[in-house]
Write a protein that binds this ligand. Structure first.
Ligand SMILES: Nc1ncnc2c1ncn2[C@@H]1O[C@H](COP(=O)(O)OP(=O)(O)OP(=O)(O)O)[C@@H](O)[C@H]1O
Ligand SMILES: [Mg+2]
Length: 353
């Protein structure tokens, strides 16, 4: 059950939420929508290809809401056999059906005053769709085998990689439920439509996996990075993440090999050597240049790189990047900073990078 249902109580720890990397305009527009809708109680429908980060966004919506200290309950509608799905959603009383040996609380009850994330909603069987519609409209339901009506207060976030509108046309999805879910759609762009996020994601995952595996990666050959940026990524960020994990496992002497099939064998470090630190430094310096050295705030370098302001400052310290002084960059400082880099007022952060 672990892979299909995760229940997290937010009552004990402050949860900074998931780390969402990327600063391309399409992703930033999604994050702006997340900001707008998170604090409301409205239903959100997250659409997008597999691996684009739909679950990450669902968690960000929960963490950005007033319900953040209440449970975030996830149920994958595609991973549970039809017979069990109804009781997973609504619970059952002892003896409600053969095999119901004890009372069971459903996901709606568990999510009371919190958020219920129904993943793969496009795979919800037609027979269950009117029941879901009723709970969403009335905020009430009965456990299987019970006549007692339970009132709940649940915020629904649903996701699917399927084209729900097309499923409605094919009579595979009820139009009334579709309209009820489609209050605030958020569509995640595929990675091939936001290629400028790829380098930052590569550095992010290299850092995670090398730390996890206790390996040091000091060189990402430029042609490897270029191949990553050019690849179409049908499996999106998940595929990139897995590819980097494989590359870190395969790495020798700190050089990240190119695990993509078409360029295999070319993963050597050319001379002059471009190290991982160099590439990371170049990306940060470019962001600083483009933002006039503003680090914090919505248009600062940290936001541009999809990093926390404090994370960027720590990286700059590690890489020995100092903000240029006024004598070196009068032009850069010709306009006032929106948010000084030392200010505690920072951009929206969904997590620690
Ligand atoms: N912008 C991002 N920054 C960092 N990690 C990301 C980003 N987008 C996705 N990921 C990572 O990629 C993986 C896939 O993301 P997620 O599970 O949210 O995708 P999904 O859209 O729900 O995919 P599926 O439709 O297959 O369920 C996760 O490990 C997630 O942490
Ligand atoms: Mg998912």
């Amino acid at each position: 059950m672990e892979n299909i249902v995760s229940i997290e109580s937010r009552e004990q720890h402050f949860d900074p939420g998931p780390t969402i990397i990327g600063n391309s305009p399409p992703l930033q527009s999604v994050l702006a929508d997340v900001d707008r809708v998170a604090s409301t109680d409205s239903t959100v429908l997250i659409l997008g290809e597999t691996g684009t980060g739909k679950e990450l966004i669902a968690r960000a919506i929960h963490v950005g809401s007033r319900r953040r200290n209440r449970p975030f309950i996830r149920l994958n509608c595609a991973a549970i056999p039809f017979d069990l799905l109804e009781s997973e959603l609504f619970g059952h009383e002892k003896g409600a059906f053969t095999g119901a040996v004890a009372q069971k609380i459903g996901r709606f009850e568990m999510a009371d005053r919190g958020t219920l994330f129904l993943d793969e909603i496009g795979d919800l069987p037609l027979a269950l769709q009117p029941k879901l519609l009723r709970v969403l409209q009335e905020q009430e339901f009965e456990r299987l085998g019970s006549g007692r009506t339970h009132q709940i207060n649940v915020r629904l976030v649903a996701a699917t990689h399927r084209d729900l509108a097309e499923k409605v046309v094919r009579n595979e999805f009820r139009s009334d439920l579709y309209y009820r879910l489609n209050v605030f759609p958020v569509t995640l762009p595929p990675l091939r439509e936001r290629r400028q996020d790829i380098s930052t994601l590569v550095f992010h995952f290299v850092e995670i996996f090398s730390r996890r595996m206790g390996k040091v990666i000091h060189c990402v050959p430029p042609e490897t990075l270029a191949a990553f940026v050019a690849y179409p990524w049908p499996g999106n960020v998940r595929e990139l993440q897995n590819m980097i994990e494989r590359a870190v496992i395969l790495s020798n002497e700190g050089v990240l090999p190119n695990p993509l099939p078409q360029l295999k064998g070319q993963a050597h470090c050319p001379v002059p050597l471009s190290t991982f630190r160099d590439s990371e430094r170049a990306v940060i310096e470019q962001a600083l240049r483009e933002t006039g050295c503003v680090i914090g705030g919505p248009s600062g370098a940290a936001a541009r790189l999809g990093l926390k302001r404090t994370t960027l400052i720590a990286k700059m310290k590690k890489l020995g990047i100092s903000r240029p002084g006024p004598e070196r960059s009068a032009a850069m400082f010709s306009h006032a900073e929106a948010t000084p880099w030392w200010s505690p007022h920072a951009k929206r952060d969904y997590g620690t990078a």
